[in-house]
Ligand binder design. Structure first.
Ligand code: PHE
Length: 375
């Protein structure tokens, strides 16, 4: 019956014709890696909480910690209330997971800003799992974790400049608390529809500038959308990705490791401690190439849709999807793509036979769903 269907999909209703959430993605809802005490993502979360509520706090200035909000939200909360334009790429079905035309898996924790402000919260940190259709490689996974920080101010005692200064001072302190007091930081101009001005913070770490977060002064329309008067109330917001930070700080080379059930991974980590991951021997990869002709309208092809097909068939066994060759046939003008899929398990060795079977399913589904012609 319908209840069984709901349970099989972890409480999500995937039956709407508009739905583009696969079971592989649905199975991640409720896993909540950020709640697991010794997990690196939880450690980073706790360190940031401690920074804002201990190091950088004067006791009557605490941030409320919010970490149990469900990832299913309305398109209104995820986009409209944040001034994300109707034609913005992030709204497309190639980029966001829709359950139906007006319900999505949140693609950022900013989706909760307006609602929490409506509840009269003035200072809070929200942590949660977020979902994005994306490419497949060592640093991209369709589910990751973000933390959002928000702080409001009365405009009677604060100007936009003083609010921005408070934001930058706080975030620089956070970066130094995580990466070390001597770590160089720099600010880069950015654009987000829900903040103005908007900035990105980068830290110089192991010979590279690393983008750590986006932030800015909350746009007056957002304050208004939350039922407040922007002439009286202003504030700042930031959003950061926990995997990005954890991969760098723990030297974790592949984002899939966060989801591993292998004790050789988990036994290395202890709550509250950042330590360098010691890689255990990797299982060998298995490479498969697939070539196809695009439909005459080559623009109809979107790589994220192919990523999704591969994820749906191979789940966490896929390590990378790379376009290795592309050309236009001189006579027919048709475009050919060749993609290489790298299969590798984090936890066991794969047999050629099982990968051949997966690859066959990938080929069939690619042909059926993407309107391409296999070569
Ligand atoms: N939501 C933005 C993102 O996911 C990050 C952000 C949060 C930027 C808050 C500014 C303010 O990229």
């Amino acid at each position: 019956d319908s209840k069984d269907v709901l349970n099989a999909h972890h409480g999500l209703d995937l039956s709407d014709p508009y739905c583009n959430v696969s079971e592989h993605i649905a199975s991640r809802v409720g896993v909540n890696l950020h709640h697991r005490t010794n997990h690196p993502l939880c450690t980073i979360k706790e360190l940031i909480h401690d920074y804002w509520n201990t190091t950088n706090s004067d006791n009557n200035n605490k941030f409320e910690l919010i970490q149990n909000l469900h990832p299913v939200v309305s398109t209104n909360a995820n986009f409209d209330l944040l001034r994300i334009p109707q034609d913005h790429v992030s709204r497309q079905k190639t980029d966001t997971y829709y359950l139906n035309p007006t319900t999505v898996l949140r693609c950022h924790t900013s989706a909760h800003q307006v609602d929490l402000l409506k509840q009269h919260k003035r200072q809070f940190l929200v942590t949660g799992d977020v979902y994005r259709r994306d490419e497949i490689d060592a640093s991209h996974y369709p589910v990751f974790h973000q933390m959002e920080g928000v702080k409001l101010f009365d405009t009677s005692d604060n100007t936009e400049e003083s609010i921005q200064a408070d934001l930058q001072h706080g975030l620089e302190g956070m970066a130094k608390a995580l990466f070390g007091a001597d770590t160089p930081v720099r600010w880069v101009d950015a654009y987000f529809p829900f903040t103005h001005p908007s900035l990105e913070l980068e830290v110089y770490y192991q010979d590279d500038w690393l983008e750590v977060l986006g932030c800015g002064v909350i746009h007056p329309d957002i304050i208004q959308n939350a039922g407040m008067d922007p002439s009286q109330t202003s504030g700042w917001a930031f959003g950061l990705g926990l995997e990005r930070l954890a991969m760098v700080l723990f030297a974790i080379p592949d984002i899939r490791l966060f989801w591993s059930t292998d004790q050789r991974f988990h036994k290395q980590f202890q709550a509250g401690t950042i330590n360098t991951f010691q890689p255990y021997s990797k299982y060998p990869p298995c490479l498969k190439d697939m070539s196809f002709w695009l439909a005459p309208d080559a623009n109809a092809f979107c790589e994220n849709d192919l990523s999704e097909v591969v994820r749906e068939v191979a789940g966490d066994l896929v390590e990378q999807l790379t376009l290795i060759d592309s050309f236009v046939h001189p006579k027919t003008q048709r475009t050919s793509h060749c993609y290489r899929i790298t299969y590798r398990s984090m936890d066991r060795s794969l047999t050629n036979q099982e990968i051949d079977a997966l690859q066959e399913q990938v080929r069939t589904l690619t042909q059926d769903r993407l309107g391409v012609e296999l070569r």
